[in-house]
Design a protein around this ligand. Structure first.
Ligand code: SF4
Ligand code: SF4
Length: 354
């Protein structure tokens, strides 16, 4: 994803350089920003509150050493400050929308000055819903500013007066590891600011967010039964980087997330029946609930697996899944096991006897 975004971002910068392609550059820039923002939305909508202040890579070098909440805060505080104080010369969304109070932040700065545990403590206090609303409003506001800019403004430079306004806003900490931002932004023209912070900066931090959430999901799955409630194998699911299993609070299975309450009907049903998985249910054969809806891709495969577990147990299931996945990827497995209940079961049984 990050490589693809970088390619798109480089293309935007090239198109921005010529008047004839300038409008196209802005169009592609807004599309890229929308695509990247979607990643933030999926993370905010899917993960439990505590995911936003955990630091699975604490003490390493790199943007992924922060938290998910800090990353969102940092991207959009910087964008708000640059878009409004520097470029538009008007009030920040942060101020207009009274977001400090709504988000519950003790600081108004970009957060660059925070270190280690301070980042986790800061993140834990934030209202993630309000932070997301702030991020969205900043993104839309910047998009509007970008849409109104003309090619002739691309080389606009900033002066000492602009630096003074930034200092006076109090939005950049005077700490050594933060104050450099003022010179950094003011030494750029608008073309340069479009790169940093309006596109490249997003890529760097959203990539870091992806690494953080991948790690959190991996940690959540550790030691957890890899057979999901519907009897999919979490060990081989294509969503492994997004989902921490429906048996944990990192339940971000793409199926579960399509429901308003983000709860998969199969998981809910099993929990209500106090059973370990659909394989224990007497209604399994004829069930069309949730993931087993006939029109659902993978419904037959999951049911075949549930029936196999019922007959041979989970240990045997994990063993045959591991063996089959050495030869077939997730989609091929869906295809071959999805041929029919009888056919699918036969394939698993054959593998068991090898
Ligand atoms: S479909 Fe439901 S039960 Fe199956 S893996 Fe996804 S969340 Fe778990
Ligand atoms: S009724 Fe269907 S979804 Fe519910 S536990 Fe039984 S097999 Fe699973």
């Amino acid at each position: 994803m990050g490589k693809e975004w970088s390619e798109k971002q480089k293309k935007v910068q090239i198109l921005l350089g010529k008047e004839a392609t300038y409008k196209e550059a802005i169009k592609q820039l807004l599309e890229l920003r929308e695509e990247m923002f979607e990643q933030i939305s999926q993370i905010v909508n899917g993960y439990p509150a505590r995911a936003f202040y955990q630091m699975p890579f604490a003490n390493v070098k790199g943007y992924h050493s922060k938290t998910l909440a800090y990353s969102i805060w940092h991207i959009f505080r910087i964008e708000d400050i640059v878009a409004h104080i520097l470029i538009a010369g008007d009030d920040q969304i942060f101020v207009k929308g009274e977001y400090q109070k709504k988000i519950g932040s003790l600081i108004i700065t970009t957060g660059n000055e925070l270190q280690g545990q301070e980042i986790a403590d800061f993140s834990q206090k934030l209202d993630i819903g309000a932070l997301y609303e702030y991020a969205k409003e900043v993104m839309l506001s910047t998009n509007s500013i970008l849409s109104q800019l003309e090619y002739s403004q691309m080389k606009k430079k900033y002066s000492d007066e602009d630096k003074k306004r930034l200092v006076e806003s109090g939005c950049v900490s005077s700490a050594e590891n933060a104050v450099w931002l003022i010179d950094y932004w003011c030494d750029k023209d608008i073309n340069g600011l479009i790169k940093m912070p309006f596109s490249r900066h997003w890529i760097m931090h959203i990539e870091a967010m992806q690494r953080i959430k991948n790690k959190l999901c991996k940690m959540a799955r550790k030691g957890v039964d890899p057979a999901a409630y519907c009897d999919h194998s979490c060990n081989h699911c294509f969503l492994g980087e997004w989902c921490g299993s429906c048996r944990t609070e990192y339940n971000v299975c793409s199926f579960a997330t399509i429901f308003e309450d983000k709860r998969c009907p199969n998981a809910v049903c099993c929990i209500e029946k106090s059973i370990d998985g659909c394989y224990e249910c007497s209604e399994l054969e004829n069930c069309t609930k949730g993931f087993y809806a006939p029109e659902n891709n993978g419904a037959i495969e999951a049911k075949v697996q549930a029936m196999f577990i019922r007959k041979y147990g989970k240990e045997a299931f994990i063993e045959v899944e591991d063996k089959l996945h050495e030869r077939f990827d997730f989609y091929k497995m869906q295809e071959i096991l999805g041929q029919g209940i009888h056919e699918g079961l036969k394939i698993l049984e054959n593998e068991l006897s090898k």
